[in-house]
Design a binder for this molecule. Structure first.
Ligand code: SF4
Length: 350
């Protein structure tokens, strides 16, 4: 692991309004094989990641499939226990909390899935699925109470309360995602991890769901971790955006700063793939060579070096620290200060 600088996004002094602080989080999964299923290696899904999430903000988490963003979201929620590191939520490290204490906190941290259909019991009316969490966390004094809460939350997500008696198969993809949001929201959580919540939806429905999430955030003071595989989806909902590559966070910045001046070559490549709505503007496309390497045996030095158009010798041997390039703008790249010019030169030569 790279030496972290003394200050990191999770250890800066300005943290009084932080709801969540993730410190040097690691999650490895053992790879077993052979007759006796012995451990042959480790999938380094999340490898030394630190960041904070402020009360009421949305942090977008972006990266290609397999970069570790979903594992990170689940490790934050303690749905999978991290290998090492800390997840500090409202001042308490969740990683060593025993299950009964964790259960009390789970109500405050909810997950919205990419495919709500797979998380809804097809045999249950949606009202009962939404009420399950209320019963589990002993919210409400009677089933009548819980029914009223379900009706209210359906209205909050833009659905008629009478739909509580219908079954999941009777709804469209967009409505099912509203039901998934209702199921999380009914517990009045403080943090919601939204794992690719609009990826499976048509573009027109995507914006409706994003608008709904924004409205609910304003009304209930919610904090979101919003996971997506491309930068265009998180652009309109995030306050800050973090980019992950092969288990590492490679860039983290305020949304406007990141989209105006991406610093890491991987972010620059992702950015170059976003379609520009104005046909008179031409953006040079950075085509990355090869595929994402295996997280079982990631490249030495900078993990991005086999695909980086501006890699130098140092990149092959020395892992870049995640450092603050400008106030609030973090990146893990030896050439961060000159990357924009270096990338432009490479793209112009191609
Ligand atoms: Fe590219 Fe080197 Fe920066 Fe990694 S450290 S992104 S290989 S320039």
């Amino acid at each position: 692991m790279a030496e972290q600088t003394m200050t990191s996004p999770a250890t800066t002094a300005e943290r009084t309004s932080d709801l969540l602080s993730v410190e040097r989080l690691v999650k490895y999964f053992p790879v077993k094989g052979g007759l006796f299923q012995t451990v042959k290696g480790q999938v380094r899904a999340v490898d030394d990641v630190s960041f904070t999430v402020r009360q009421g903000e949305t942090i977008g988490l972006v990266g290609e499939s397999g970069c570790g963003k979903t594992t990170l979201g689940r490790a934050v929620l303690q749905l999978i226990r991290p290998t090492s590191g800390k997840v500090i939520f409202e001042g308490r490290d969740l990683t060593h909390l025993p299950a009964p204490e964790l259960k009390g906190i789970r109500k405050d941290m909810q997950l919205v899935f990419q495919n709500p259909y797979s998380s809804l019991d097809p045999r249950l009316p949606i009202g009962e699925s939404i009420a399950e969490g209320l019963a589990l966390h002993e919210v409400g004094t009677s089933s009548g109470d819980r029914r009223a809460m379900v009706r209210e939350v359906l209205q909050k997500v833009g659905m008629h309360p009478d739909l509580a008696n219908r079954f999941p198969h009777e709804f469209s993809g967009g409505q099912r995602q509203r039901i998934g949001i209702a199921r999380a929201l009914v517990l009045r959580p403080k943090l919601i991890v939204c794992d690719e919540p609009v990826s499976a939806l048509d573009v027109s429905i995507q914006s409706q769901v994003l608008n709904l999430l924004r409205g609910l955030q304003r009304e209930f003071g919610l904090t979101y971790m919003f996971i997506a595989h491309n930068l265009s989806v998180v652009e309109h909902i995030s306050d800050r955006v973090a980019v992950m590559y092969l288990g590492k966070m490679v860039e983290l910045a305020d949304r406007i700063a990141l989209y105006a001046a991406p610093t890491h070559p991987y972010t620059q490549a992702l950015m170059s793939a976003i379609p520009v709505p104005d046909p008179t503007i031409r953006r040079a496309r950075v085509i990355l060579k090869g595929d994402v390497p295996s997280p079982i045996n990631p490249p030495a030095g900078c993990r991005f070096h086999p695909r980086c158009p501006i890699a130098v010798e140092e990149c092959r041997h020395v892992e870049p620290a995640f450092r603050e390039i400008r106030p609030g703008h973090w990146a893990a790249c030896h050439r961060a200060e000159e990357s924009a010019q270096a990338m432009a030169a490479v793209v112009n030569m191609a």
